[in-house]
Design a protein around this ligand. Sequence first.
Ligand SMILES: Cc1ncc(COP(=O)(O)O)c(C=O)c1O
Length: 471
Amino acid sequence: MNAPAPGVAAGTASAEERALLEKEARYCSYGDTVHYAEHPKIFERCQGSYLHDIHGREYLDLQMWYSAVNLGYAHPAVSAALNRQIGRLPQLACQYLHREKIELAEMICESVERSFGLKGRVQFNVGGAQAIEDALKLVRMRTGRQRMLAFQGGYHGRTLGASAITSSYRYREAYGEFADRAEFIPFPYPFRDGGDAKRSEDRCIGEFERLFAHEYTGAWNPKTGRAEFGALFVEAVQGTGGYVIPPRGYFRRLAAICRAHGILMVDDEIQMGFYRTGKMWAMEHFDCRPDILVFGKALTNGMNPISGIWAREELINPAVFGPGSTHSTFSSNTLGTATGLAVMRILAGGDYAREVPRKGALFLEKLRALRARHREIGEVDGLGLALRMEMCEADGATPSRRLADRMFQIGLEGGLRVGGRTLGLVLDIGGYDKNVITLAPSLEISDPEIELAATLLEQVLLRAKAALASA
Ligand SMILES: Cc1ncc(COP(=O)(O)O)c(C=O)c1O
């Protein structure tokens, strides 16, 4: 498992790696990646919860490609389904039908019906942002309104349409005017509201209600009762926003206000869907039923991508959202649908509704123990296996971006030592102040791997504190 990395010390690059990195610097645009790593790694193999670099060193991955690989890397049943499809029907224009597309749509519709008691239909696209665009088109067509509501801290992708409802101005700044930019409303953040979840919920609901207090807020017409907004885009647990878990009653109250003003609710499950939070759809935790649900990422466990939207029957049936309302050449590609179908069958046959909360509780217990030993961990929380560690200065309250970033860099250097093994740790950072370690381990992570994760997290934290102290 832990193959030696001959002659290559952790954090240093071999001649081969240096040559590749030089080519990357010369030929690759940096526009499509984040380029956060101080010493970029070149990975060559992946299995289960681990990535392996070009030297054979293993890295425990605690973010699983932003939750796209929920079932672990190179899952044998998923790979087998993909291989079978390559041998049988590897490609087909999306205007023609194939079995896996239909059966996958059926499984997703049945899942939404089980979770929310709603009947609807599914259509596919390739990436998450494209599915968000499809949801935007559906909302615009059905409501005749182009303005949307979305959350501060929300992230829905980087196409122009998705950027317009994504809160970061940084993603829009260089690209001119966004006339359809969403109105961004606050998301409850109990840790920053003095740890008082109810106060946080009431404050955010109060601010939302004020939008509809009178006509001069610019949001609605009291005479017709109609708002200027077509839909509210929601992540039940914000991904990029730092895995903040809102109070359980919040979305129900929000949805009631939306309903009263004819505003649809679009549930973006692209990052939190497919049992990340211990339920198939994260919104199930909050007793709130969506009008449109958007999915992507983990549907294919990070293999041939497909994404899509589910919508209530009355919104999306062919009489009201006809053929060609959206289209992409690769939208329901056969390799993606076959992979998606395999993933849905694995999820249906597994015990994820019990196992994910159990593993999440075990992981959270370890994080709480870490927090008890380190004041710099301001808060830990989790819903299923969507877990957060909010890194702060020594006062336990002031956000520490530099500490989170140091931990990320040290993990990726690959020089951590546990019981004779040399490993790396793959982390991701989110949150409004870029100080939250957002943890999305494989849903198949074993209990010993959770133990190892906690040991490695403490090691990177200790090293990061020491590095900052001596800087
Ligand atoms: C909640 C959410 N919505 C939308 C997207 C965009 O998906 P994609 O990157 O596949 O376009 C992401 C991606 O991180 C996401 O987390």
